[in-house]
Design a protein around this ligand. Structure first.
Ligand code: TRP
Length: 457
């Protein structure tokens, strides 16, 4: 059904849900969440993470989809339209532009890591690592990241797949891809958890993820958990407004958002249960950082019975999850380019893909030729950060929470509640509506401001 705005809409509620769960579930859940939990001490971080999802990220997700559906256009145009509707400043368009810019930044490094996942499919699948000594296995990672040309190849392949799906449009591209990849992903995840339970130390993993040690909580841990919540749900910077703009009026946004947030959190925990039992059973360290999945985990796979088969499956899982997310990061950019210039969507997708690809080169070089280049080296706290470290921290810890703060002000304080309640399909006196509005008006701005202030000073 094409509405008056002329762009495509999701063919059904289920299609929208699959695409949005696909967007949420990605490297954030399977790569980032486990290593971040590992580095931040486990249980206490997980609790804060879950609280951040429930109290801040989910209400923002609801808000973002709502703004997108009401706007029916790309994030900047939608924000402009909504601002006009409520007689607020047209400067709110800036939030949409910031969203496009943030999506571009995230996708530029997302695709490099997605490329690592792709590279590991043949690395493990070829079987040469079976029973190999530890230095040979960790050497795969070092060889991969130290060679800019290899990284360039996998990064380019990842962007190419993303663009090839995206240029076919919402129904012909995104829906078709998620219809295949999402069921496959859940199946693979269940198989991986079963394997980890059978071959690993499950009890140690449960203990690590669920026994909180509150002495481990610091400001930095809270900030990481909050940034992780936004990144994992994919909310905070008007990026998902694009998916919301393709939404039909009959979909109940709050209910759909709870499904998305619930599925996303479940997958993050399941990923933890697929990874940590294997890590602990093999006496490996949970706090090895971004290399956890790529360096630590393969050490275990190489030694375990069936490890090569399940290891290969794991990286197919990781790659598919990454692709269903990368198409959602590219979408607002494609939508905006398509809307702004008189060119077909195909060309818009190619241009957007090219821009992200080019920016990704900086991330590639951060692991090798520019590994000692610290762009903000003059500031103490950034002294050792590479370009990749900075763009990751800039998007997660700064842009996503900042966008969330602006959206909560826009929807909670500037939009009138007759409009929001109508758009959300909730009556103004209903508990659900009042809770959402309370979280958006008070809790989110309060939490986000505190986080900013403590982080800046
Ligand atoms: N949520 C995805 C993940 O966990 C990444 C992602 C997709 C994202 N779309 C987003 C992050 C929009 C921020 C904003 O891997």
């Amino acid at each position: 059904m094409q509405l008056a705005t002329g762009h495509e809409h999701w063919s059904s509620r289920l299609a929208f849900l699959m695409a949005t769960v696909g967007s949420a579930v990605g490297l954030g859940n399977i790569w980032r969440f486990p290593y971040s939990a590992g580095m931040n001490g486990g249980g206490a971080y997980v609790l804060i993470y879950i609280a951040a999802v429930l109290l801040v990220a989910t209400p923002i997700l609801i808000t973002e989809l709502m703004l997108g559906r009401r706007g029916q256009m790309s994030p900047p145009s939608s924000m402009g339209k909504l601002a006009t509707e409520i007689k607020a400043s047209r400067k709110w368009k800036g939030l949409g532009y910031a969203g496009l810019f943030t999506a571009l930044c995230i996708l530029s490094f997302y695709s490099v890591i997605g490329g690592w996942a792709l590279a590991y499919i043949p690395a493990l699948g070829s079987g040469v690592l079976a029973g190999a000594p530890a230095d040979k296995i960790t050497g795969v990672f070092t060889d991969l990241v130290s060679n800019p040309w290899t990284l360039l190849f996998w990064h380019s392949l990842f962007i190419l797949v993303t663009v090839l799906i995206s240029l076919r449009g919402i129904r012909g591209g995104i829906e078709k891809a998620v219809n295949i990849l999402m069921p496959m992903l859940f199946l693979m995840l269940v198989i991986m958890v079963a394997y980890a339970a059978a071959a690993g130390n499950f009890a140690a993993a449960v203990d690590f993820l669920f026994t909180p040690d509150f002495s481990k909580i610091t400001g930095a841990v809270v900030l990481d958990a909050l940034g992780q919540a936004f990144f994992s749900i994919g909310a905070g910077m008007a990026i998902l407004m694009a998916y919301g703009s393709y939404l039909n009026r009959n979909v109940h946004i709050p209910r759909a958002s709870l499904v998305v947030a619930g599925a996303d959190t479940l997958v993050a925990l399941l990923a933890g249960f697929a990874i940590f039992p294997i890590v602990f059973a093999n006496g490996l360290a949970p706090n090895s950082g971004p290399g956890l999945v790529f360096q630590t985990l393969p050490l275990a796979f190489a030694q375990m019975p069936g490890g090569i088969v399940f290891g290969t499956l794991f990286f197919i899982l990781l790659s598919s999850a990454a692709i269903t997310s990368s198409i959602s990061l590219l979408e607002p950019i494609v939508q905006w380019v398509d809307e702004t210039f008189p060119i077909p969507r195909k060309i818009a997708a190619i241009i957007s893909g090219f821009l992200t690809w080019a920016l990704g080169l900086m991330t590639i070089l951060s692991f090798n030729l520019l590994a000692d280049f610290h762009p903000l080296g003059m500031f103490d706290r950034f002294a050792s950060k590479t370009f990749f470290d900075l763009i990751d921290a800039f998007t997660n810890n700064l842009m996503l929470p900042f966008g969330a703060l602006l959206m909560s002000i826009f929807a909670g304080w500037l939009m009138n509640k007759t409009i929001t309640s109508e758009e959300l399909g909730l009556a103004t006196n209903q508990l659900w509506f009042r809770s959402w509005r309370f979280l958006i008006r008070y809790v989110a701005p309060f939490v986000l401001s505190i986080i900013f202030l403590t982080n800046i000073f």
